[in-house]
Design a binder for this molecule. Structure first.
Ligand code: HEC
Length: 194
């Protein structure tokens, strides 16, 4: 009886050891093991950096065809130069409905993004100016460093300035999407009359 038990225990031990060796002896040490829903790991869509025979250059990541515009992208084909600024000043005009709601949004955006330098009334007396930052000219009484009175700045010139910045003023293109820029411009036009 005792001998039978010993053999049983030995048998179970051997089976356990062999099973453990089989289960843990994966050759690929980076293997994730047993994959649940493997098509989540090995999906059928191409990865951007994967080889792809469907294209002549064999790459998956392709440049968009020349002259195309991504969905929802607003073009602004005026370079960051004095000429680009002047040209935008003549050609680019707002298409934003001049509503009270857009004006109110513009005021809030202006107070968040622009007033620290330009001041809440656009007089170039913002908080950081009080601490020594170069003062921007007043929107209503100042002169633009690019010529002309600040009160005469057009839609396109202000849009160009917000998009690229000018001298001590940085670009706000990554903070304000085109529609928001037009809202701010609506409010700047109001400040030009103060
Ligand atoms: C960090 C401070 C700062 C902030 C913030 C700032 N500006 Fe300016 N801005 C300036 C300075 C300084 C100038 C004058 C630059 C120059 O002409 O040398 C200026 C100039 C301008 C001009 C005149 C450009 C021209 O053609 O002469 C406009 C318009 C303008 N800013 C609009 C804005 C708007 C709109 C915002 C908010 C989205 C804004 N700025 C945020 C500092 C700032």
């Amino acid at each position: 009886m005792l001998a039978m038990n010993k053999i049983k225990i030995l048998g179970i031990t051997v089976i356990t050891i062999v099973a453990t060796i089989i289960v843990t002896s994966c050759k690929d040490k980076r293997s994730t093991g047993w994959e649940y829903a493997p098509n989540m790991y090995e999906h059928i869509a191409y990865d951007p950096d994967q080889k792809n025979d469907n294209f002549k250059d064999g790459k998956t990541a392709q440049l968009p065809p020349a002259g195309t515009t991504p969905l929802g992208f607003v073009r602004f084909d005026y370079p960051n130069t004095k000429d680009g600024y002047e040209k935008a000043g003549l050609e680019v005009k707002t298409t934003l409905p001049q509503t009270q709601a857009n004006y109110a949004d513009g005021k809030i955006l202006f107070e968040h993004f622009c007033s620290p330098c330009h001041g809440v009334n656009g007089q170039g007396d913002g908080l950081v100016v009080a601490h020594g930052y170069p003062a921007p000219p007043s929107y209503s009484k100042g002169q633009s460093s690019r010529g002309g009175a600040m009160k005469d700045l057009t839609d396109g010139k202000i849009y160009h300035t917000i998009t690229y910045g000018v001298n001590a003023m940085g670009s706000y293109a990554s903070q304000l999407e085109p529609k928001e820029r037009w809202k701010v411009i609506m409010y700047v036009h109001h400040l030009q009359t103060l």
